[in-house]
Design a protein around this ligand. Structure first.
Ligand SMILES: Cc1cc2nc3c(=O)[nH]c(=O)nc-3n(C[C@H](O)[C@H](O)[C@H](O)COP(=O)(O)OP(=O)(O)OC[C@H]3O[C@@H](n4cnc5c(N)ncnc54)[C@H](O)[C@@H]3O)c2cc1C
Length: 496
């Protein structure tokens, strides 16, 4: 029996997958498209994470889609508002009708002879295998495993008489009112959880091995809210979006070029928000430079405020072991707790854990090189929506989707059936795809493709540069090969 065929198959119905669906529906109303989603709901990250205070840590004028203005007053928005925005977008563009929930994609095999992918998914309710074919496969599966977050091996957890919770699996009915809470971690999740829980908890301690950079920004953008009142929504959105792109880019570039200046500025701003005499250097002075790891953002200094009013505190130490009553630290100090939250990170996972084969040959993703930050060498007709690490995710995903539409247009116009990124010259050096030194990146980066030393194989993490390359740059360049051929080379060789 012939398998169902769609022109474009999207994997994942999170922020990126819904965005990709909108781009495709708008650019190619006549192309068939489907979205396979492993979970039973839209929204990905913004539906999965339910911990107190869940919010964006970049502004919504750049985390929102370019084509659909963010219209809430808050620039740093809470998770439910973001989820609502994704759902409404899907409804407005008719993308929700294209989603098949409960389909976990496990494998994709490319056939040059057929110029199509055969994609295999498992139905999460029945374990039944479902197969379909597509001309182009667009992975919008995020970058981490949905099975569970990362928790280091801590000794003595079995002895602890309280509760241990990971933010990725937050129990709906968890009652922490009046309790002594320890949040282990110093990343974006920890700095969100601490002030959010502090209001109801007895006391919240953020226990960190080492400090992170934390920058406070206003939760609402007064300029944006003013512009929205006096200008048409789209125009106001576009201006604020560009303002934020410029500010974020400048901050990033200055952090890389003048780290001492930025370190001093961040330290001063943190010290100003903490009580006089607070030991800023022990708890808020990282040992690395800004943007060697992600810089955390807190709205309206909420973390510092909860430290200032005594509801929360920070301890910088190492865990020796869990005990019956809490934690014993390397310094010998004991931290008593009723609830311990392990905000210790995610498990990175490329392309949703899917296996790939091209013409019968298994593809080892780590052996491939990224092309324009959205395709892989030697893997035809497959795009990946991977956002920025130094700016809002969606800025890059919007560009990736636009590029995929341009690529499909170009292929249609020239009768091409296959677009395969080439490997860069082997004499050129390669480097890891993500250049952050954060633990969660270092733990898994060897499973990700590499990047090359120069364009189009280099990932610049630079929005203006990517606009030139992906929105306006040439589609046929030295890094990609197009073909109309229907017979794989290897098959021809075998026949000869
Ligand atoms: C707590 C948290 C806060 C964040 N805040 C920000 C922020 O403020 N700004 C920012 O820029 N970034 C932020 N990020 C990064 C964030 O993940 C992205 O911004 C964005 O939400 C990612 O969207 P996505 O659709 O690409 O991936 P996801 O949201 O991860 O969605 C992927 C979807 O694909 C599905 N999927 C995965 N694998 C498969 C498979 N094999 N088969 C079928 N379906 C599959 C998943 O079920 C999921 O629905 C944050 C991340 C986290 C965890």
């Amino acid at each position: 029996m012939a398998l169902e065929h769609v022109d474009v198959l999207i994997v994942g119905a999170g922020l990126s997958g819904v965005g990709a669906g909108c781009h495709l529906r708008t650019s190619f109303p006549d192309k068939s498209c489907a979205i396979l989603e492993a979970r039973d709901s839209i929204g990905g990250t913004w539906d999965l994470f339910r911990y107190p205070g869940i919010r964006s840590d970049s502004d919504m004028y750049t985390l929102g889609y370019r084509f659909r203005p963010w219209s809430d007053a808050k620039a740093i928005a809470d998770g439910p508002s973001i989820l609502n925005y994704v759902r409404e977008t899907a409804r407005e563009y008719g993308v929700d009708e294209k989603i098949r929930f409960g389909h976990r994609v496990v494998r994709a095999e490319w056939s040059t002879a057929e110029a199509s992918w055969t994609v295999e998914a498992t139905r999460t309710d029945t374990d039944e295998a479902v197969r379909l074919t597509c001309g182009f496969l667009l992975m919008c599966s995020g970058y981490y495993s949905y099975d569970g977050g990362y928790t280091p091996e801590f000794g003595g957890t079995e002895r602890f008489e309280g509760e241990i919770v990971h933010p990725q699996k937050w129990p709906e009915d968890l009652d922490y009112a009046g309790k002594r809470v320890v949040v282990i971690g110093s990343g974006a999740t920890a700095v969100t959880l601490v002030p959010a829980m502090a209001a109801a908890a007895g006391h919240v301690t953020m226990l960190q091995r080492s400090p992170s950079y934390i920058v406070s920004l206003p939760g609402e953008d007064g300029f944006a809210n003013f512009l929205r009142r006096v200008l048409p929504a789209r125009l106001a959105y576009s201006i604020v979006r560009w303002k934020n792109v410029v500010i974020t880019s400048l901050f990033y570039e200055l952090s890389r070029r003048r780290p001492r200046l930025i370190k001093a500025l961040i330290r001063r701003s943190v010290a100003r928000r903490l009580p006089p005499g607070y030991d800023v250097d022990t708890h808020f002075k990282p040992r690395y430079n800004p943007w060697d790891q992600r810089v955390c953002l807190v709205p309206d200094g909420d973390l510092f405020e909860s430290i200032g009013n005594g509801q929360a505190s920070v301890v910088t130490d190492r865990i020796e072991t869990f005990t019956e009553n809490g934690l014993r630290l390397a310094s010998g100090r004991e931290l008593e707790a009723d609830l311990i939250v392990t905000a210790t990170g995610l498990n990175l996972l490329p392309i949703g854990g899917m296996e790939i084969a091209v013409d019968g040959r298994e593809v080892e993703l780590a052996q491939t090189v990224g092309y324009k930050g959205m395709m892989f060498s030697g893997v035809p007709n497959l795009g990946v929506a991977l956002g920025y690490t130094n700016m809002s995710w969606t800025l890059k995903c919007d560009l990736t989707c636009q590029y995929v539409c341009r690529l499909l247009n170009h292929m249609d116009a020239n009768g091409y059936r296959q677009a395969t990124p080439r490997s860069p010259d082997p004499s050129l050096p390669t480097q890891p795809l993500i250049d952050l030194a954060s633990g969660y990146v270092l733990r898994s980066i060897d499973r990700f493709p590499k990047q090359g030393a120069r364009a189009p194989w280099r990932l610049y993490q630079n929005y203006p540069r990517d606009i030139l390359m992906l929105r306006h740059g040439t589609v046929e360049d030295e890094g990609i090969e197009f073909s109309r051929a229907v017979v794989p080379e290897s098959a021809e060789r075998r026949a000869a």
